[in-house]
Unconditional design. Structure first.
Length: 279
């Protein structure tokens, strides 16, 4: 029997795998494998910091060692943040399902921890099939219309999009070699409906979590939402977003509270009243 879960200490929890074996005497033996945290240090509920060294895990008492662990975790988070921001900008600027100027908003996600060999996953037929299927099922511009999706394999990414250009709006999803994933919504419409706009962000977020997980990502992730200011529907607004919306999250289905926080920030970025919950 095997059990996979998370040990809660310093967030995010460590991923662990438990295997139980039956013994001849009727008792059981268990082996617990705990993966290394991508964002150190690891702090238990009692406040003790641990470090993994060859052959054992021991408490950290040396302040210089603790400082190095904290710095290593900070660098890992900074890298994920930079990659998600870059992916959101690339999604707005690079060719998609429609013309470049039709890209309206891009959502990108990058986990702190990724696969040891990302290219081995990204450029596999199994991943591409799963990625295209995921986009086709959950990111159709019009859920009432069924059409096949195409894809392209490039040097550092895989893209999926609908081959039809007649709908006037479409998604283009991209998975990158560095572990980041993005989804850009493009439309030829010059009208902007804020409620639909924020709903698209919510839909893409859920899809990107599944795509990043399929790429071997886990744990803490950085989310970036970038808006194209010169899109006709955005340019007509009196108030426009001045910078990307950013959030730290966990690589799991987005929770209502954090989705609500992103939606409220997007609404405020367009000059709409969106008050934070009292208390």
């Amino acid at each position: 029997m095997a059990v996979v879960g998370h040990l809660r200490g310093h967030a995010p929890g460590a991923i662990f795998d438990v295997k139980v074996f039956e013994r001849p005497d009727g008792k059981h033996a268990a082996v617990v494998r705990v993966d290394e945290l991508p964002v150190p240090p690891c702090v238990t509920a009692s406040g003790v910091v641990y470090q993994r060294v060859p052959g054992l895990t021991k408490p950290v008492t040396d302040q210089s060692v603790l400082a190095e662990l904290v710095d290593r975790g900070r660098r890992a988070r900074d890298n994920a943040e930079a990659l998600s921001l870059r992916a959101s900008q690339r999604a707005l600027a690079e060719p998609g399902a429609l013309a470049e100027q039709d890209a309206q908003v891009a959502i990108a996600l990058c986990p702190v921890r990724g696969a040891n060999d990302p290219s081995g996953l990204l450029f596999s037929k199994g991943f591409v099939t799963r990625f295209v299927g995921l986009v086709q099922q959950q990111l159709r511009a019009d859920p009432q219309l069924m059409y096949s999706f195409g894809y392209s394999v490039q040097q550092d990414c895989v893209r999926a999009w609908p081959p039809s250009r007649e709908l006037g709006s479409a998604w283009t999803a991209t998975a990158y070699w560095d572990g980041a994933v993005s989804a850009a919504f493009s439309t030829t419409s010059a009208e902007l409906y804020i409620s639909e706009f924020v709903a698209r962000v919510r839909d893409a977020w859920a899809v990107l979590v599944q795509a990043a997980t399929a790429l071997g990502g886990s744990g803490t992730a950085h989310l970036a939402v970038a808006v194209r200011h010169d899109h006709p529907a955005i340019a007509l607004r009196r108030v426009r977003p001045t910078h990307p919306v950013q959030r730290w999250t966990e690589l799991r289905a987005p929770q209502d509270e954090e989705v609500g926080a992103v939606e409220r920030e997007l609404l405020r970025s367009f000059g709409e009243d969106a008050w934070e919950p009292e208390g």
